[in-house]
Write a protein of this length. Structure first.
Length: 239
């Protein structure tokens, strides 16, 4: 391992991104002659690059004449860094891989024998699924009730956690109770906190669906009144 090649890479300032990562990796493992022979799997694991990105980077470095690769005695290719080429300021870029130097394709993966000297073709990209933004709940009470739950959690010093699961539970509960107005639900929430409180870390989805069982006392009478089971004289007891 020689610091000479690694220092030359940094001083050249020629590459960025994946090209720089791969070149630094090879330079860091190069011996005094500038050679190293890591396998593609080892390079991918160390650099966290996928195989296609690695192949592209090696093809470009080979085309620029910075890296020469040839078959060694091991299964892996041998890579040699051309430090003179790296240090030159007028190096042409984008040329084909040098011929006549014994350069061979990477000896990894399944290659077509007729494709020697050619980097593996790009793999087809998986089609991206269209991202569908969640629509706002149709029930106009949803936003108000969510705000009430958040306020109740803050007043009672309970962490407020809310995601899609909470929104679904609340939406289902509102759908099952279409006649309840927001003011009714406000009293239900207050009854829930007064009756049992909320355990630290307990998520709203665990108790939203059970709000109905806390319609006790004045709230219970209020609900019966709304259903026409009591006379209007009872309204005064609720104020």
């Amino acid at each position: 391992m020689s610091n000479r090649y690694l220092r030359a890479v940094w001083e050249s300032g020629r590459y960025t991104g994946a090209l720089l990562i791969v070149l630094v990796y090879l330079a860091d493992r190069a011996d005094e002659s500038g050679e190293c022979w890591p396998g593609a799997a080892a390079i991918c694991k160390a650099t966290r690059l996928d195989r296609r990105t690695l192949f592209r980077a090696l093809k470009r470095l080979c085309a620029d004449g910075i890296v020469e690769r040839y078959a060694g005695q091991r299964k892996s290719n041998v890579y040699r860094i051309n430090i003179d080429r790296l240090s030159s300021g007028d190096m042409p870029l984008g040329a084909d891989c040098p011929k006549g130097s014994g350069a061979l394709p990477l000896l990894v993966g399944a290659y077509d024998p007729q494709s020697r000297g050619v980097a593996p073709p790009d793999l087809p990209k998986k089609p991206q699924k269209a991202t569908v933004k969640p629509q706002a709940p149709a029930d106009p009470r949803h936003g108000e009730v969510r705000a009430l739950i958040q306020q109740a959690c803050e007043v009672n010093e309970v962490p407020f956690v809310w995601d899609g699961s909470e929104a679904k539970v609340l939406g289902d509960w509102l759908k099952a109770n279409p006649r309840l107005e927001v003011k009714d639900i406000t009293k239900l929430i207050h009854c829930r906190f007064r009756s049992e409180g909320i355990a630290l870390g307990e998520r709203p989805r665990r108790w939203i669906a059970d709000l109905g069982q806390y319609a006790e006392g004045p709230l219970d009478r209020f609900k019966r009144l709304r259903q026409g089971q009591h006379s209007e004289a009872l309204v005064g007891t609720l104020r």
